[in-house]
Design a binder for this molecule. Structure first.
Ligand code: F6R
Length: 256
């Protein structure tokens, strides 16, 4: 495996999500004022459900933490059920006790999108480095909405979504409503400034993207391969998502 990338393979998607939730809980317990980088998407739902349960038991508090989400669709805001703002409100911000003034997403409704991208990048810089950045991975290897071809030093900006990304997200939109063609996303360079990065990949649909990111040639064709340059990035996978990797890379890391 390439230098700087750790790989943890767990038997099931539930076990992989539990591992990631525990890492987030540990980061917040160690430093209650930590800055978290958060992701949306189906992969994250079990992680956020576990964090919500820990909050409910009184085991965990986010009241002093700050968060920055990776991305948002252009044209959508909290009022649209498929927006990432609505996803976060339902999955995490509602159930746990974040201070609403300290949770951040790019504003997909901003009248000047380039100014909004610059504002968001500056806000992340001003908050100090993100301590723990959570990532999912697209079937085409995207991280955030950084599609194949993105420069590894890119920052927050407006991007055009690929056909495959729009198709993957179509189920979240009402029938007959088009998936937005553009989004605001942190850049790969923005992501790489985080102190620690944890990418969660579950399911066979992610297996090719994971194998390319970890063991294929690194480069902009595989946005997630940028994590190999980071030094403190971990891929947490279930068996299905790791199934296209040489088992010698991960056999010893399978738990339960
Ligand atoms: C979401 C994001 C995306 C997703 C990726 C996987 O904020 O930035 O990169 O992490 O598209 O999505 P799911 O988990 O729905 O397969």
């Amino acid at each position: 495996m390439s230098q700087g990338v750790a790989l943890i393979v767990l038997g099931t998607a539930a076990a992989a999500a539990a591992h990631v939730a525990q890492r987030i809980a540990d980061a917040v317990s160690r430093d209650p004022a930590t800055v978290l980088g958060l992701a949306t998407g189906g992969t994250m739902l079990p992680v956020y459900a576990l964090l919500a349960a820990a909050r409910q038991r009184g085991d965990l508090s986010f009241s002093a933490a700050t968060s920055f989400n990776l991305d948002e669709y252009v044209g959508l805001g909290l009022g649209h059920a498929a927006s990432f703002a609505a996803f976060m409100a339902g999955a995490l911000f509602g159930p746990v006790d974040f201070d609403p003034g300290r949770t951040h997403l790019p504003n997909g409704l901003a009248p000047d999108l380039m100014a909004e991208a610059a504002r968001y990048e500056a806000a992340i810089l001003a908050a100090g480095p993100i301590g723990l950045q959570l990532l999912g991975i697209g079937r085409n290897g995207h991280i955030g909405f950084n599609e194949p071809g993105t420069a590894f030093d890119s920052v927050t900006r407006v991007v055009r979504l690929s056909f495959s990304t729009r198709a993957a997200n179509r189920p979240f939109f009402p029938v007959g409503e088009a998936v937005p063609e553009q989004a605001l996303t942190m850049g790969i360079g923005t992501i790489l400034r985080a102190r620690e990065i944890v990418l969660l990949a579950t399911g066979a649909a992610k297996a090719v993207a994971v194998a390319q990111a970890i063991a294929g040639p690194a480069g902009p064709h595989s946005p997630a391969s940028a994590l190999r340059h980071h030094g403190a990035a971990t891929f947490v996978c279930d068996r299905a998502a790791a199934s296209r990797l040489d088992p010698r890379l991960w056999q010893r890391s399978v738990h339960a």
